[in-house]
Design a protein around this ligand. Structure first.
Ligand code: ATP
Length: 386
């Protein structure tokens, strides 16, 4: 285990009572505003001292109230980029970066020139920190944090504040950081989407407590957690291998493990090539028996492995060779008397299966039906015309 923490802290009315563990992978720290995410990062970095408990990193005590140990911030092999990193110093950007580079904790893993390039710092190298814009200061702070080659990097909503340009360049680097740089990241955010761009491992916090931790797949199985995470729509993403094309039926047949699917025809996809398709969970209907006399082309047989209570709806997790999530109403679940272990058929219309590669272009054009008439509308105009 990389980090183990079991602490208690009271600040005014806010009480943090948290036990958490991190291994050597990137982890997202999710919680609504005021949940205690920044406080957790501060406790690990050493900017906040808990009243009691223990924090251990890589077997070394950072804090132990019983033994009276509080390792100073500068000595902790941890770098952090906080929301409020305000450096009022007149030191130049180049000066602060080189001193971070020289104060490295471990063998250097990133080159100064590389970070100057991807964070576009060249033009501001001679500027004093005090004169930088908020975005420039954040980029310098991130470069400085990475240059120290810490054992753990703490980021507090950093992507959101950096902007799209840097995000697209930095994300691939940060995603690989745990493997290539031996640098796991703890990323705090209120946005699940932002966290999932970096990692699938989550710690979910609420009111100073850790509610759940684990992979998003594991966490999602608990009642109400998806709602808590702000998830409103569940999609199945399935990597399929093309088997053949059937022009007379207008379908391309593909499979993923034991799951066979009829997709919209794509003759340009070579046989045996791979692609990803998306099926919205609420586009999957369930049946206890195989249906005849029905237009639906896909009836995938599987076994229910979990029934996940999602407040108004039930997410049914079905093992069809590949796991499929079907979202149905609570009423439908009761009427069908669904239970774990039962066999069901997943009914999926061919037209409801979207090639993932098409998703980028789909939102720009859609059809809105007003009953008798159909209109092709650009997305920007759609809302105004609806
Ligand atoms: N210096 C302080 N003194 C007293 N209470 C504080 C102090 N700093 C933060 N708090 C309180 O601690 C709680 C947790 O704050 P924290 O900043 O850790 O939340 P957060 O999950 O990071 O929220 P956000 O996503 O909005 O940044 C909040 O209720 C906040 O008001």
């Amino acid at each position: 285990m990389l980090l183990e923490m079991n602490v208690r802290l009271r600040r005014g009315n806010f009480v943090l009572n948290s036990q958490l563990a991190l291994d050597d992978t990137n982890t997202g720290l999710f919680g609504k505003t005021g949940a205690g995410k920044s406080t957790i990062l501060g406790l690990i970095a050493g900017t906040i001292q808990p009243q009691s408990g223990r924090i251990v990193l890589d077997g070394k005590l950072l804090f132990d109230s019983r033994k009276g140990i509080m390792m100073p911030r500068e000595q902790r092999p941890i770098s952090a980029v906080f929301q409020t990193d305000i450096t009022r110093s007149t030191e130049s950007v180049y000066g602060t970066l080189t001193s971070a580079f020289n104060r490295t904790f471990a063998p250097r893993r990133l080159k100064l020139e590389f970070l100057i390039e991807i964070l576009e710092l060249e033009a501001i190298l001679d500027c004093p920190l005090i004169q930088l814009s908020a975005n420039e200061r954040k980029r310098v702070t991130l470069a400085r944090a990475l240059l120290k080659s810490p054992r753990l990097l703490l980021l507090d909503e950093t992507f959101a504040s950096l902007g799209e340009n840097y995000r697209s360049q930095l994300l691939p680097l940060l995603r690989r950081s745990q493997d290539e740089l031996d640098l796991p990241i703890l990323y705090a955010s209120q946005s699940l989407g932002e966290i999932l761009e970096l990692t699938e491992q989550l710690i979910v916090m609420d009111k100073g407590q850790v509610l759940r931790s684990g992979s998003i797949g594991e966490i999602a199985k608990h009642t109400g957690v998806l709602r808590h995470l702000g998830v409103r729509q569940v999609d199945n993403i399935i990597p399929v291998t093309v088997i053949c094309h059937d022009p007379s039926a207008g379908t391309t047949l593909a499979h993923c493990n034991g799951l066979h699917l009829a997709l919209r025809i794509r003759p340009e996809l070579p046989v045996n090539s791979q692609c990803k398709v998306v099926i919205r969970a609420n586009d999957v209907a369930l049946s206890r028996t195989y249906m005849t006399g029905i237009s639906i082309q896909n009836q995938a047989k599987g076994r229910i492995c979990a029934l996940i209570d999602n407040n108004d709806s039930i997410l049914v997790q079905i093992d069809c060779g590949w796991t499929i999530l079907a979202e149905i109403t609570r009423g439908a679940c009761q009427q069908m008397a669904l239970t774990e272990g039962q066999e069901v058929y997943c009914l999926i219309k061919t037209q409801a299966i979207i090639y993932l590669a098409d998703l980028d272009i789909l939102p720009h054009q859609r059809i809105v039906s007003y009953g008798n008439n159909y209109y092709y509308l650009a997305l920007e105009n759609a809302a105004a015309n609806e």
